[in-house]
Design a protein around this ligand. Sequence first.
Ligand code: FPP
Length: 246
Amino acid sequence: MDDRNLIELIKNSSLNHIAIIMDGNGRWAQERGFERSKGHSAGMQKVIEIIEVAKKLEIKYLSLYAFSTENWKRPQIEVSTLFSILNTFIKNELNRLIQNNVRLTIMGDISKLPYSSRKAVEYAINKTKDNNGLTVNIGLNYGSRDEIAYGIRNIVSEIESGNLNQNDINETTLSKYLYTSEIPDPDLLIRTGGEKRLSNFMLYQIAYSEFDFPKIYWPDYGEEEFKSSILNFINRNRRFGGLNEK
Ligand code: FPP
């Protein structure tokens, strides 16, 4: 199918937001006799490719799980490699993101990031904040349970300062106090690498998302695979708990 037809299909579907758990970098590298860091660098190239494809296909939101609250448990050398890859990504790609009208947003507590990464991320957020094309939302020091605790702390402080009445709290209220307050829920969640688990990713937001678990590692996932994930989604029938056809 050519891109024009696919864009048309996407437009006629409910697909606005794709979230991706980019898993398998380490195994990809180890199976080739490389250091794990090489898998993460290859993973960064795929981030660049998938952003380009998402933009081309006129997807509105793309969320990427880059560093979880649990990833601090990895060897220190791997943690610092991941942040240096993030810094390289911003240094090399920011201009292209700006030119492509991409808005960068972050979910997670970035106050705990290494200073250089925090500064780079804040700079990129600020530089792209007025863009209104594709939103690329990156999870950094992100964990869903941590996010829900963060949301509840904010809600409690709003109640204490008299800005919110506890009887008015409903599911929409909580979603407004999460990191993703400005972003609609994902329609499609993709996890590469063959594992079928959520690993503390966007648990509140994916209540009605469709899931796709391609068996290949993230550094092997590219334009063709991304398009098949999208076509799988389009061929499904989402009912949101009701009976009606979409
Ligand atoms: C999971 O693979 C991947 C990560 C923990 C890091 C993801 C990071 C990138 C793709 C690169 C940089 C991203 C950006 C946004 C610039 P794993 O290491 O758990 O793989 P394994 O399960 O095979 O060990």
